[in-house]
Design a protein around this ligand. Structure first.
Ligand code: MF3
Ligand code: CO
Ligand code: CO
Length: 262
């Protein structure tokens, strides 16, 4: 399968799936507080997706993933499995939501502060947030994926943090992970040239320390090798005739359009 150009009908379904994924992140926000377990967050999201949205949580059983959402806390980079761990004041947590509605996927994640963030926690969350928006703001027909990856990498490294190399953004549509791979590092003037109708994610994982990661014995949870904090934000995007549409935009983002906004 090569990179697909979505039809107007498919784009409309991507908009619906994207909006539903964003709404799950909005719904779960008040539940992310000290004392909550990640399993509780998983079951609240699962029930909301299945019963209220009448949609499908894409992670559940995806290549054997056992839960409906990914929850990655502190030095966990991505693909954390919800469990009986209790969140505590000062933790940072990424919640990654992917829903399928009428055959199409919407994929988005954000960082939450549990109680009052530490300075180091706030810092890595802000760098990865702004790195995502540096990438998003470049998306338009004619630009190349290497331009986006390079800009994200430069932004992160100029803030003395590091981009994880092993995981990347991805095309998305009927498939959860379609072509192309969207690297968060790279060389300007290289890679796929974007065209209207392409849909893909950008989802930089940023480590406060070194870039190296490893996977735990559960075969899923990815952590920083040096145990430094890690943060990630993700949106699903559509390339339009004159720029882009963020298909997973949340209400809190609608006026500020992000970069530098609190
Ligand atoms: N949502 C992740 C992504 O952004 C993928 C999670 S795969 C899972 O691509 F199996 F861990 F759920
Ligand atoms: Co993704
Ligand atoms: Co995701």
């Amino acid at each position: 399968m090569s990179v697909t150009i979505k039809t107007p009908e498919e784009i409309e379904k991507m908009r619906v799936a994207g909006r539903l994924a964003a709404e799950v992140l909005e719904m779960i926000e008040p539940h992310v507080k000290p004392g909550a377990t990640t399993d509780e967050l998983d079951s609240i999201c699962h029930n909301y997706i299945v019963n209220e949205q009448e949609a499908v949580p894409a992670p559940l059983n995806y290549h054997g993933f056992p839960k409906s959402i990914c929850t990655s806390v502190n030095h966990q980079v991505c693909h954390g499995i919800p469990g009986n761990r209790r969140l505590k004041n000062g933790d940072i947590i990424n919640i990654d939501i992917t829903v399928i509605k009428e055959g199409f996927h919407g994929d988005t994640s954000k960082m939450f502060y549990v109680g009052k963030p530490t300075i180091a926690g706030r810092r890595v969350c802000e760098i990865s947030h702004d790195a995502l928006w540096v990438g998003i703001n470049l998306v338009r027909p004619g630009i190349q994926l290497g331009d986006i990856g390079s800009a994200i990498q430069q932004y992160v490294e100029s803030h003395h943090a590091n981009v994880v190399r092993e995981y990347c953004g991805h095309g998305i549509g009927r498939g959860f992970h379609e072509e192309p791979q969207v690297l968060h590092y790279g060389t300007p003037g290289t890679g796929l040239v974007l065209k209207p109708g392409m849909t893909f994610t950008i989802e930089p994982m940023v480590n406060a320390g070194r870039a190296a990661v490893k996977t735990l014995a559960d075969d899923w949870t990815v952590v920083t090798r040096d145990h430094s904090l890690s943060a990630q934000w993700e949106h699903t995007l559509l390339v339009t005739e004159d720029g882009h549409e963020v298909l997973t935009l949340r209400r809190e983002e609608q006026e500020t359009n992000a970069l530098g906004a609190a």
